[in-house]
Design a binder for this molecule. Structure first.
Ligand code: ISE
Length: 350
């Protein structure tokens, strides 16, 4: 079956999903696109082989040629479109965050529970990155022992002007909040946010920020998030365990030696860095719809958990105090984070 896809939002990510679905993903056809900016939607539709512009996002969702929906519109609009896709009984891949506020995520979960089946996937694409997948395999294997600490670095080249400090957490560090849960196979329990001196390029935005979290078994996670790093887009991650560490580097770097320098290229944004991840995520999503294969993407429970942690971190930023990361009990519809009992043993002091 060819899966007909409708895309809501044709900004950077909507356009990228459209290009990938059209050119690199098998079993899919983009049939309709919507954007508040009709000119932008028309330009993207023209670049795709079989898409037409739809001028109402809710009509796009119910349109008979659209089997599944990608939501890549602005963060506050995600909830209404995901709820409409659920009401239409159609699978939906929603860019992160699922919803910026916890209540919005709860309404999505309630609607999905009422539908009685999982239809919502959240675009935490790093789960499909070959590097992160190898990191997870290493963590789950026997050779490293129990995980103790996770050091994360997340740098963008340049932040959009006027970006709020909260968005450093809900738009960027939220990826690490998800990947930490996924890698460790457990929930996060507490967060503190430190504010180093802000870069003069970023002021008045507080940038960089430094988050320190604890997992429920006692692993310590630190996240540097720096959106005006100036030099490029870079994501690093090192897991420190009892018997060694495992470090995630940039994939397949080209290293140039010239005129007394050793130069390694850094991409300008996340699309080249996570190209394989976006492709694998979309292919898996399409295969789960068209061929009935298991969908490995983050669920709305994962989207909810990431937003709960992000909101706790935003409160920690504002108050300067550590904040607990709570939330409701996981409904049975959603699988528990995958780890092993061995990984999540509490590390008792000697
Ligand atoms: C951006 O919105 C993304 O989603 C990227 O994956 C992330 O790394 C970046 O920091 C965000 O600004």
């Amino acid at each position: 079956m060819t899966v007909g896809v409708g895309i809501i939002g044709t900004g950077v990510m909507g356009a990228e999903h459209g290009r990938l679905l059209d050119r690199e993903i098998s079993g899919a056809q983009v049939r309709a696109v919507f954007d508040l900016d009709a000119g932008r939607a028309a330009a993207i539709a023209a670049s795709l082989r079989s898409a037409r512009v739809c001028d109402d996002p809710f009509e796009l969702i119910t349109e008979s040629t659209v089997d599944a929906v990608v939501v890549a519109s602005s963060d506050p609009t995600h909830e209404q479109f995901v709820l409409a896709a659920l009401a239409a009984g159609k699978p939906v891949l929603c860019e992160k965050p699922l919803a910026p506020d916890v209540a919005g995520c709860e309404r999505i979960i309630a609607a999905e529970l009422a539908a009685g089946r999982q239809l919502v996937s959240v675009g935490f694409m790093r789960r499909f990155d070959p590097g992160y997948q190898q990191l997870k395999q290493a963590v789950e294997g026997d050779r490293l022992g129990l995980p103790l600490m996770l050091h994360c670095t997340h740098r963008n080249q340049q932040a959009p002007a006027g970006l709020s400090s909260e968005l450093l957490i809900s738009g960027s560090a939220v990826h690490e909040l998800d990947i930490a849960r996924w890698l460790l196979g457990e929930e996060l329990s507490r967060v503190t946010v430190h504010r180093p001196r802000s870069s003069r390029v970023s002021q008045p935005t507080e940038d960089p920020l430094f988050l320190v979290l604890e997992s429920s078994s006692g692993v310590l996670i630190d996240i540097e998030v720096f959106l005006n790093s100036g030099y490029g887009y870079e994501v690093r991650c090192e897991l420190v365990a009892e018997q060694g560490t495992v470090f995630l580097d940039a994939p397949a770097p080209i290293i140039e030696r010239r005129a007394g320098d050793v130069l390694r290229t850094v991409p300008a944004d996340w699309r080249p860095r996570f190209a394989a991840a976006y492709r694998n995520e979309l292919q898996n999503w399409i295969d789960s719809i068209g061929r009935g294969l298991p969908c490995e993407a983050a669920t709305s429970w994962d989207g909810y958990a990431a937003t709960v942690a992000a909101q706790a971190a935003i409160l920690a930023l504002r108050t300067g105090d550590p904040q607990p990361i709570g939330g409701m009990a996981r409904p049975e519809l959603y699988p528990a984070p995958v780890g092993s009992d061995r990984l999540t043993q509490t590390v008792a002091p000697a």
